[in-house]
Design a protein. Sequence first.
Length: 214
Amino acid sequence: MNILVVKANNRPSTEAISSKMYETFMAELEGKDVNVTTYDVYQEDTPFFGQDAFNAFGKVQNGEELTDVESRLLAAKQKAMDAISAADVVVFAFPLWNLTIPAKLQTFIDYVYAAGFAFKYDSQGNLIQLMTDKKAIFLNARGGVYSAPEAAPMEMAVNYMRNVFGGIFGMEIIDEVIIEGHNAMPDKAQEIITAGMEEVKDSANRLLKMAVTI
């Protein structure tokens, strides 16, 4: 089994719960019979997706010379797509920041959110998912409590990831571990975090069991 772990927090694990979730998950996989690759969105060269990318697409079609940033964009986009293509399971470790995902994770998604790669349209205009053979796991941390009905509509990190990777790309979301409320309830923070890390370990071990059966 080829596992891609997308790490989307550059804060140390002593301060950031989603970074600690990443480290805990990776520790459970260490030494096991699976092929694990990490794509750290903060370590990779990932220029933001915008007009430079569209300029590059046009220049490639016309055989024109690319600027440095255009070359970097195309290389980064291809690397992200290659990483997704090679994976059987994609694990995302990410925080909720300002109700959404970090900008660097959004850039990674912009690279792979491509017609003909992640999805396509049929002759009637219906969307066809192209990644139904892949699975996804979400490891998310959020300091507030967004599972409450009144707050759930404001949460645009996990919901967004579900819509993209499950709804558009067609990946089967096989597990979600969400640690929440540790900032809102500081008196219960350690209890919340400890219980959450046990869930992260359980998720990793469920994945390992799945790898044995494939």
